[in-house]
Design a protein around this ligand. Structure first.
Ligand code: PLP
Length: 483
């Protein structure tokens, strides 16, 4: 039941304390706001509390259970980060205060930049971009501006078929044409294809590493050498760096630009669209192209530097998504070098553990160790009349959030694949329980497929019609009432 349906005229969750004020309130509301105000639900405080508490209890999040959504890194985010991001010394600052008054925020941003430089092997960073795709756009605009200055005939960007789907979109938005490089039989970039495509019309390559099937790009250094030798630049999609922290640095592999998703790897809870931050790191020769202002330390103070002659311009207002940056800052400070390395080890071990347990029932496409996630296939189950969707729905009955399904989408992954990312924060017991459930479901598919076809049974919302919502859009309670 929506709050609107619970509304009873005259009920209110607050009181001004004197009726004459309440009586006059409508006249004092500007005309444009009166109509929407009259449509607000009228409920008591208790109605309100029960409504939202019951909604919250129906929700599923990483704080309630295992959330192995591949490519999304739904790891647990320590609550201390929330406390720090909500600290009034941070939230009470105004972005229009002078840099002299905001030294604390600027110091935090500067030190975060330094940490990210060390983690990635890059020379400078912008903290402005608000999500991964926004970081990609920033990085590709930098490469585009650089090529306009140095070699404007380079108008194409090469993107492996195993890249994240946002990559071609970002390159296109930055003004490039994209060309797809196929993967070889090991799930890596096909070097012969790259050799043929990498000519003097190509500005560079965008590489997701680990790629979308969780595999480390084993030809990384050869790719960097080849692309550089032919005058191109290299972009590194480092959204899922939680497999690599302390192990491999994009800068050392030869990459010129990298973005990191702080809301995945560096501990900001996300999902449903935000909030996020995706700092972009560059090598020194591109530092003048960064969005301005850039936080620097000069003459004993933290200052906002706008003196970047080739800047692509601003990518966000003020200092970026400060609360997300604060969480990442606290996370990195608390983990330290050894902690980040341990997190990466755990992420890799966990993904390989799940892969080993589930392979006999849901085989992986490649017999190679994975990094932070594993892609498994449910192909043979169609002979029992069961699809991967039914398997994912049935997992909900066992209390687990399903993994990403029907993605990625390139050969040999074209169909019935699920992408499982346990992340570094899960225990062996949790992963065992999850794998047990998927193994039981594998048996159920053979013995009692009906159980899967009608699943889920134990959830607040049971099997939904997959296309009804798209065909009958309800975007507000008024649509629902048909007015
Ligand atoms: C999640 C992800 C992105 C996009 O990040 P958003 O914050 O959702 O825009 C890009 N690349 C990779 C590899 C990702 O996993």
């Amino acid at each position: 039941m929506t709050l609107y349906e619970k509304s009873v005229a005259g009920r209110s969750a607050f009181s001004f304390g004197f009726e004459e004020d309440l009586a006059g309130v409508e006249e004092r509301v500007p005309e444009y706001a009166q109509a929407p105000m009259k449509q607000l639900p009228q409920v008591s405080e208790l109605d309100l509390v029960r409504h939202f508490t019951s909604l919250a209890s129906k929700n599923y999040g990483v704080d309630t259970g295992f959330y192995p959504l591949g490519s999304c890194t739904m790891k647990y985010n320590p609550k201390i980060n929330e406390r720090m991001a909500a600290d009034p010394r941070l939230t009470g600052r105004h972005p229009l205060d002078s840099a002299a008054d905001n030294q604390g925020i600027l110091q935090m941003e500067f030190e975060l930049k330094e940490s990210l430089q060390e983690i990635t092997g890059m020379d400078d960073f912008t903290l402005q971009p608000a999500c991964g795709a926004h970081g990609e756009l920033t990085g590709m605009l930098i490469i585009h501006a650089y090529m306009q200055d140095h070699d404007p005939k380079r108008t194409k960007v090469l993107i492996p078929d195993s890249a994240h789907g946002t990559n071609p979109a970002s390159a296109t938005m930055a003004g490039f044409q994209t060309v797809t490089i196929p993967s070889n039989e090991r799930g890596s970039v096909d070097m012969d294809a790259l050799d043929k495509l990498m000519d003097d019309t190509v500005a560079g390559i965008m590489l997701t590493n680990p790629n979308t099937v969780g595999l480390f790009e084993e030809n990384s250094t050869q790719i960097a050498e080849l692309v550089h030798a032919r005058g191109g630049l290299l972009y590194y999609d480092g959204a899922n760096l939680n497999a690599l922290m302390g192990l491999v640095r994009p800068g050392d592999l030869g990459f010129d630009v990298v973005h990191l998703n702080l809301h995945k790897t560096f501990s900001t809870p996300h999902g449903g669209g935000g909030p996020g931050a995706a700092p972009v790191g560059v090598k020194k020769f591109l530092a003048d192209y960064l969005p301005t202002p850039v936080v620097v330390y000069r003459d004993g103070a933290y200052v906002l530097d706008s003196d970047r002659p080739h800047t692509i311009g601003r990518m966000s207002a003020f200092y970026g998504n400060t609360a997300v940056l604060a969480r990442a800052y606290v996370y990195i400070q608390m983990m330290g070098r050894d902690g980040l390395l341990a997190a990466s080890h755990a992420a890799v071990i966990n993904a390989n553990y799940v892969k080993a347990l589930l392979s006999p029932y849901y085989p992986p496409a490649y017999d190679r160790p994975v990094m932070h996630e594993t892609v498994l296939s449910a192909k043979g189950y169609d002979k029992y009349g069961v699809t991967l969707l039914d398997i994912a729905k049935r997992l909900m009955d066992y209390g687990f959030h399903p993994p990403t399904i029907y993605f990625p989408h390139f050969p040999p992954y074209a169909e019935e694949v699920m992408m499982v990312e346990p992340t570094e924060s899960e225990s062996k017991e949790t992963m065992d329980a999850f794998c047990d459930a998927l193994i039981k479901i594998s048996r159920e598919a053979k013995e009692n497929p009906e159980l899967l076809l009608s699943a889920p049974h134990n959830t607040v919302v049971t099997r939904v019609n997959e296309t009804y919502a798209a065909r009958h859009l309800v975007t507000s309670h008024r649509d629902k009432q048909g007015t």
